[in-house]
Design a protein around this ligand. Sequence first.
Ligand code: RNT
Ligand code: ZN
Length: 416
Amino acid sequence: MTRYESAKAVYAAYGIDTDAVIEKMKTLPVSLHCWQGDDLQGFDHEGALSGGIQATGNYPGKAKTPEQLMADIDLAMSLCPGKKKLNLHASYAIFEDGEFVDRDKIEPKHFAKWVAFAKERGWGIDFNPTYFSHPMAKDGLTLTSPDPEVRRFWVDHGKACMRIAEYFAHETGIPCVVNTWIGDGYKDVPSDRMGPRMRYKQSLEEIFSIPYDKTMVKATVEAKLFGIGVEAFTAGSAEFTLAFAASHEGCLPLMDNGHYHPTEVVSDKIPALLCFYPEIALHITRGVRWDSDHVLLLDDETKEMAKEIVRCDALDRVYMGLDYFDASINRVCAWVVGFRSWQKALLGALCTPHKMLAKLQDEGRFTELMVMQEEMKMLPLGDVWAQYCESCGVAADSSWFKVIEEYEKKILPERA
Ligand code: RNT
Ligand code: ZN
């Protein structure tokens, strides 16, 4: 008996068909964020990252051109099992030599190279307007700015991004999640909290008022508690975005698990939102003490989030995207570790006998429930993982790291 055959029998005893799980895994799109590759630098500006987010570290070999970034993404994706999608930011527009188009005027053609790249690989594309790292983010404010000219610029950016999102969806034939996150807020106690939120609401309504294909373009709004330099107040709070999405047809809430108080968990919020929203979206990340966007690992909360999606039978109602950026380690490796971690979490979730455990809960058999939950932790998931990876043509163990090391040796001198 091979290790997989033996594991398969163990899971079968709990009513889990691991062959079916492996096939299911191959159908679940997970969106890989382009911005891990270059610390969110993008191609439309020079200068520092703003908006209250930060990539710390200075590891060599950062991608500086679209070609380099694409090569890095290709390498990362080739080392991961599963179905992939690409997540782009508007600041990754690709211009012709000497061309520059500001964010309020970008067009689908500025993303044609990304579309060709994704289509060749059979990937869908998700999208994010970039409301930061730009001189028009005056005093750190964009869609909430009291200056109508600033708001106008960013509303036009939002509309431009809706058109680009629709282009992605129609070109790839795969729905595009277009996510709005703004860093707008105040460092210290504001004297007006509702004003900025009303302006944010109106700006969003204007952006989403343009006609677009609601079946193919999924507009999401991402909540946040605070950012660096905007500790006292952020306009797009949890309540604001949930209420906005609930009251605007076609709009979904997006939860980033780095964006809540550290004692709150998104795993608990997933089933709460699924009671009301037909679809939701996630940014899956790892916050260490704050919204630090550390590389995703297979930790308890990561596993719990995956379990909730599976338990709620919501794999087709939850858009899963990764969102972290670590500049202190090999960036390609960071992508791979995070993507593989989420794949492991999903696999573990699909290999859990949720019905059996829920029955114990409903029957009030809590002692047994605890025993069984602990028992599940020692089942041979690694052997199912190995089988899954093998059937996807990727290494199950850490031997993939050698490929990264070689790539690093080759590319570092070129990019110095
Ligand atoms: C910031 C948000 C946002 C960004 C990306 C780059 O805190 O999480 O999603 O990380 O848009
Ligand atoms: Zn996010």
